[in-house]
Design a protein around this ligand. Structure first.
Ligand SMILES: C[S@@+](CC[C@H](N)C(=O)[O-])C[C@H]1O[C@@H](n2cnc3c(N)ncnc32)[C@H](O)[C@@H]1O
Length: 403
């Protein structure tokens, strides 16, 4: 069966990428952004003097490989990044992207995740496995194979499909299997295009605005979404079972807010009842409530790793870092009393911001510690004679987690 799958990714590397685009932009995101690895897996610690070994398992056309290689090079961290894939065509694209950036910290290995033990690749501080486990014949065996390649304190960032946000995808896959399952690939793609042109307005794929690969990623997108030979989706409880059977322990979903029922609910009774659920149940409840999750991005560590790998902003010397935005310009846009308006794939929420959110954000520069920020705030927020702003300064501490 891996031969069928390999054939697909040799002929339709996914996602489609042009190495020339490396001159224009770096694709960065979850899982495996360097700040997320450090936040979720490394306890918030960046020790630039400590070398890192990173495996990108099923690295495809190279999004994670390029991001990891570029971010570690920029951070001055001596990293060895190994890109593993069964598709030589996909790996060739990934390699051209790395070469286009002049990066030298990456190696390319042709092979299957399941056979990783035979490749003698050593062990890793971090493994990226994005959009791959749900295509394996035996995802538990695949995850166990990755676990054997993890150092005891290492961690894994994974993405698997989620069912509710992919509503309509599996309906279309089933129809195409019925009418074109045995045809050569170009004919299957042609049948898919014909079918997409005939979907009635009531069809669930047509009614799902959050799935778009069949509309904007060419033949590779249509193949990956609608014609894949092996594709399954995991609900939160199913994913929790996969992780546990694979010998891993979940650390956190990204974005954590999407998995928190209280982000969606206001009823005191519902808030009270959901607060009594354990973490997996709360995440499962949020998935059912939102109904829009098309993937799950999860960080996990080995189940024999009992230390807390998640960063906790619990000390005055903690340095808050922005993942992408520039604190200075973001903070300048935030006025006192503003709420943060977030659109989480159609769920619109409004989060009240602490009074000093703007000034705090403006001080987050990746260098200043919480103690520095607090001191700067105190001196800049000194009350005018006769004015008591002690309430504002205590609010500043409740905003620590903002960073
Ligand atoms: C959907 S693509 C995802 C690529 C990449 N991880 C990303 O997120 O852009 C899946 C990739 O997994 C690779 N793959 C599938 N089964 C594999 C296996 N058993 N071992 C190694 N790679 C595999 C495919 O060749 C393909 O490049």
């Amino acid at each position: 069966m891996n031969d069928d799958l390999r054939g697909q990714y040799e002929n339709y590397p996914y996602p489609p990428r042009d190495p020339a685009d490396e001159a224009k932009r770096l694709i960065a995101g979850s899982p495996s952004h360097i700040c997320e690895i450090e936040h979720h897996i490394m306890g918030g610690v960046r020790n630039a003097a400590e070398p890192r070994r990173i495996l990108v398992a099923g690295g495809g056309t190279g999004d994670a490989t390029v991001m990891l290689a570029a971010q570690h090079a920029a951070a001055g961290i001596d990293a060895e990044i190994i890109h593993l894939d069964i598709s030589e065509a996909s790996s060739a694209i990934a390699k051209s992207r790395i070469d286009a950036r002049g990066l030298t910290n990456t190696k390319f290995v042709h092979g299957a995740i399941e056979a990783i033990a035979e490749r003698d690749l050593g062990t890793f501080d971090y493994i990226d496995c994005c959009g791959v486990l749900h295509h394996l014949e035996d995802p538990v065996a695949g995850l166990k194979a990755l676990r054997t390649a993890l150092k005891p304190a290492g961690g894994l960032g994974m993405m698997v499909y989620a069912p509710l946000g992919r509503t309509g995808v599996y309906h279309a896959q089933a129809m195409l299997q019925m009418i074109a399952g045995d045809l050569p690939d170009p004919d299957r793609i042609s049948a898919a295009r014909e079918l997409l042109g005939e979907l009635p307005d009531t069809n669930w794929l047509k009614r799902n605005p959050y799935v778009g690969d069949h509309l904007n990623q060419g033949d590779s997108g249509i193949y990956d979404l609608l014609l894949h030979r092996r594709d399954r989706a995991y609900s939160v409880p199913e994913l929790a079972a996969l992780v546990q059977q694979g010998g891993m322990r979940p650390v956190n979903f990204v974005d954590p807010a999407r998995y928190e029922p209280s982000v969606y609910l206001t009823s005191a009774e519902l808030l009270k009842r959901t607060s009594g659920l354990n973490w997996v149940q709360r995440c499962a409840f949020a998935e059912l409530l939102a109904g829009n999750m098309k993937t799950h991005i999860l960080y996990a560590v080995r189940d024999d790793n009992k230390t807390n790998s998640l960063a906790t902003p619990d000390g005055a010397d903690t340095i808050p870092v922005m993942r992408d935005d520039d604190g200075q310009s973001l903070g300048a846009q935030i006025k006192p009393g503003m709420s943060l308006k977030v659109d989480m794939a159609g769920v619109k929420i409004s989060l009240p911001l602490p009074q000093l959110a703007g000034p705090i954000l403006m001080l987050i520069d990746g260098e200043k510690s919480l103690a520095d920020i607090h001191a700067d705030l105190q001196s800049s927020q000194k009350p005018a004679p006769g004015q008591d702003n002690s309430r504002n300064s205590s609010t500043s501490f409740s905003a620590r987690s903002t960073g």
